[in-house]
Design a protein around this ligand. Structure first.
Ligand code: PLP
Ligand code: TYF
Length: 416
């Protein structure tokens, strides 16, 4: 037959969700995919999004095509959210920006643009580890993906010296992918001081920074604080590009709202770059969908809704931060001998627990017989049914006051 030689591919991350769904245990816990859940474990549509969406619907706009680069009221506001209204780049109109199919689409437009037009190199350096999709996005864009050191498994922290060493060793003018905040999967970010040093090394080596900002506001609860590295690099005179996603911070996952921008040297350069972005996007998908972008534009441009949104983002960030503390406390209360301080020092959607693949397997499958402290008669069966990725990453957004105790018991069991 026609596709006889097409091999079966491996399951994607969604395989975890499949396994979770197939598990009949009532108290099963899904900490796989990174999507926010409320304290009842349910998907959360932000009230500001509901209000904005109603305004969009009530305004009975037509359904005409947007331009190639999308809804201008959205992209303009997205740039200001990232770079800051008082940044030199905004004030001097030197940011070329296009709407994108969420963060992934922004990364892909960036990859394609660099592969075509970046004069110095086809190599893009990404951290080890990085978001699982980075490698494929950039490879398919025609770039050569190279790794730089990032995570130190012994300290469950940042390997800052290794990172700097690798950035120094990379050929001059390499492209360097940087997670702006809430590094996925580790939850470990450089400090502000370390970002300044990274900025210096990148400048010294004339590397080209590519920021991936998928969690602005979602990490700390403060959109300005989370944009620190982007704004620092802008203020240091770097020329760089940026992928933005509104999946997490507005909970607009399936609406696919994002933006890709290039911080240029001048308004004149911006115009030329902008024309090439259009040439690149046109044969890809012609122009992006309008609905989600209109919702985001409403939230970003309406002062009252904007204020409400900022409070709601902070609410999500705060719930995650409190679940980190609660998980750590529960593990300590169970008498765990391990140091779990990384659970609370890490930031964003995920905790990188340091659990080994075998331990993650046990978390999903094992049923163990547990005795209570004082009597063997009190023995009961403890089934884990905790699903997450094999690398030990857990989505903290899936933890609730209702499941944290059971989760801690399971983690304690597989680590003692
Ligand atoms: N970049 C990082 C680091 C991510 O974690 C994600 C996923 O959430 C994305 C990009 C892209 O996500 P989306 O395409 O849903 O905006
Ligand atoms: O890493 C995660 O789980 C999130 C969600 O292709 C995600 O970033 C995962 C895979 C993917 C898109 C989003």
């Amino acid at each position: 037959s026609t596709w006889a030689s097409v091999p079966q591919g491996p399951p994607a991350i969604l395989g975890i969700t499949e396994a979770f769904k197939a598990d009949s245990f009532q108290e099963k816990i899904n900490l796989g995919v990174g999507a926010y859940r409320d304290d009842k474990g349910k998907p959360y549509v932000l009230p500001s999004v509901r209000t904005a969406e109603k305004k969009v619907v009530d305004s009975a706009l037509d359904k005409e095509y947007a331009g190639i680069t999308g809804v201008p009221s959205f992209t303009k506001a997205a740039a200001i959210l990232a770079y800051g209204s008082s940044s030199d780049a905004i004030k001097n109109d030197r940011i070329a920006i296009t709407q994108s199919i969420s963060g992934t689409g922004a990364l892909r437009i960036g990859g394609e643009f660099l592969a075509r037009h970046y004069p110095s190199s086809k190599k893009i350096y990404i951290p080890t580890p990085s978001w699982a999709n980075h490698n494929a996005v950039f490879k398919d864009s025609g770039l050569e993906v190279v790794k730089y050191k990032y995570y130190n498994k012994d300290t469950i922290g940042l390997d800052f010296d290794g990172m700097v060493e690798d950035l120094k060793a990379a050929p001059e003018g390499s492209i360097v992918l940087l997670h702006a905040c809430a590094h996925n999967p580790t939850g470990i970010d450089p400090s502000e001081q370390q970002w300044r040093q990274i900025s210096d090394v990148v400048k010294e080596k004339r590397h080209y920074p590519f920021f991936d900002m998928a969690y602005q506001g979602f990490a700390s609860g403060d959109t300005k604080k989370d944009a620190f590295p982007v704004r620092l690099f802008e203020s240091q005179g770097h020329h760089f590009c940026l992928a933005q996603s509104f999946a997490k911070n507005m909970g607009l996952y399936g609406e696919r709202v994002g933006a890709f921008s290039i911080c240029c040297e001048s308004a004149e350069e911006k115009k030329r770059v902008d024309s090439q972005l259009k040439i690149l996007v046109r044969p890809l998908y012609s122009n992006p969908p309008v609905h989600g972008a209109r919702i985001a534009a409403e939230i970003l441009n309406n002062p009252e809704l904007n204020q409400q949104w900022l409070e709601e983002v902070k609410g999500m960030a705060d719930r995650i931060i409190s679940m980190r503390a609660l998980l750590k406390k529960n593990l300590e209360d169970l008498g765990s001998k391990h140091d779990w301080s990384h659970i609370t020092s890490q930031i964003g959607m995920f905790a990188y627990t340091g659990l080994k693949p075998e331990q993650m397997d046990k978390l999903a499958k094992e049923v163990s017989r547990i005795c209570t402290k004082d009597s063997y008669d009190g023995a009961y069966m403890h089934q884990h049914s905790v699903y997450a990725t094999k690398d030990g990453r857990i989505s903290v957004a899936g933890i609730t006051t209702g499941n944290v105790k059971r989760l801690a018991e399971s983690i304690h069991q597989v680590t003692s």
